[in-house]
Design a protein around this ligand. Structure first.
Ligand code: MLT
Length: 406
């Protein structure tokens, strides 16, 4: 008899963004004349930068000729891309990451979900609340949690991000093994100062713990917060970093990301012997992954060209301007919020409103889609998240509709 992985029964019925998409679809069917403005899932709306499109085409042309055709590529990515990433994203910021510590992949979502496979099942795991649901769900699927009760899984140490702690969770005074962090934060939209990240790195070194650092939104940083955890001294021993071309260069549909696993980073076996995490991840990827397509990697490489840099900076500035439109509207409506400015997300305190009710109200009264904070965790119960990925015109219209509805 074929039996199910019982851990799946502990998951909430559907994935947050799939649930929202379904509700929006139902609303549209019932209200065919309404023009819905989507500020929910962080999906980009602007086309790929021209520099990337050109390189993408060239990559495809190469695949069309016998002399330049390529079959399987290296599972960790072509060296042309790994080299430029190592130089531009890390070495220029004083983080000595070498090209072979960079693993190119088809998305940070899959990498953050898959990485936990390398670890024992009885780890003590710290996960922020609110949080990008993938970190939690992937550990639930693997069987690292108990059941879900009152908005919490048993067996998870929740790092609460609240107004009281300035949305920067306290460094725990207990011993934890695996810590998920994300800055600029999804969903809250806040950045983390260097000194704060240093405390986590020191904690991880003291406790032989590992930090999984999601930096998918680093390109949005406009303050002096670090863009990489590897800007912090000692981080190479205790951290892995995830980055993505999705939001920087509009690759959500094109798929290209990067996971950095430093060679110094060690984990331990039952005999307390050191095991290289870099080798383990390489082994896992070689077995389960055949790499990102050549044209996509060429397109990603073009992000670092002079034209690519101009165009991607313009893209990010465009979306960041939307965060100003949203925060101006929130100021005039008298809502408390954080985020925006150095992140594409704004985290809005709905006061006494329940977040799903607020979501439903904005959908039915304004035909505007946001993301209910409760979908990211218990601490999000009274919040909604607004994403800046849309046109200026749509964001302005959405804010006008909100002002009218509220
Ligand atoms: C989000 O809206 O939180 C992101 O778009 C999700 C993702 O990048 O997978």
């Amino acid at each position: 008899m074929i039996k199910v992985n019982e851990n799946y029964s502990k998951l909430k019925a559907s994935y947050l963004f799939a649930d929202i998409a379904k509700r929006v679809e139902t609303f549209q069917v019932e209200n065919p004349d309404k023009k819905i403005i989507k500020l929910g899932i962080g999906d980009v709306t602007k086309p790929l930068p021209e520099a990337c499109v050109k390189a993408f085409h060239q990559g495809v042309d190469e695949m069309a000729k016998e002399e330049t055709f390529r079959g399987y590529g290296p599972s960790g990515g072509y060296s042309f891309l790994r080299e430029i990433i190592s130089k531009e994203d890390f070495q220029k910021r004083g983080a000595s990451i070498s090209p072979d510590e960079i693993f190119v992949s088809d998305g940070s979502k899959c990498d953050t979900a898959n990485f936990q496979e390398l670890f024992a099942l009885d780890l003590k795991i710290a996960i922020p609340d609110p949080v990008y649901p993938v970190y939690l769900d992937s550990n639930v699927m693997a069987g690292r949690t108990g059941t879900y009760e009152n908005g919490r899984y048993q067996g998870i140490h929740y790092l609460e991000c609240t107004k009281e702690n300035n949305f920067l969770p306290e460094i725990p005074d207990t011993k934890l093994d695996l810590i998920y962090l994300c800055f600029p934060n999804n969903p809250i939209g806040t950045t983390a100062p260097k000194q704060y990240l240093k405390q986590w790195v020191d904690y991880a070194r003291e406790n032989k713990a590992l930090i999984l650092f999601d930096a998918a939104y680093e390109a949005f940083i406009r303050n002096d917060s670090p863009h990489s955890i590897f800007e912090i001294e000692g981080a190479k021993e205790v951290a892995v970093e995830f980055r993505s071309f999705s939001k920087v260069a509009g690759f959500t549909g094109t798929r290209c990301a990067v996971t950095v696993v430093p060679k110094e980073c060690m984990i331990y076996n039952d005999n307390n012997e050191k095991i290289s995490l870099h080798s383990l991840w390489g082994r896992r990827q070689n077995t389960k992954f055949n790499g990102v397509s050549y044209p996509v990697q060429k397109a990603a490489e073009a992000v670092y060209s002079e034209q690519g840099q101009i165009e991607t900076r313009a893209l990010i500035s465009y979306y960041l301007k939307n965060t100003d439109i949203v925060t101006d509207a929130m100021d005039s409506l008298g809502f408390d919020y954080v985020g925006g400015g150095s992140s594409p997300y704004i985290w809005i305190d709905g006061g006494q409103r329940d977040s799903w009710e607020f979501f439903q109200f904005l959908l039915s009264e304004a035909a505007v889609v946001c993301t209910p904070g409760a979908g990211f965790g218990k601490c999000g119960d009274k919040y909604i998240r607004i994403s800046a990925f849309n046109s200026h015109e749509n964001v302005e219209e959405a804010m006008d509709r909100l002002k009218e509805a509220l």
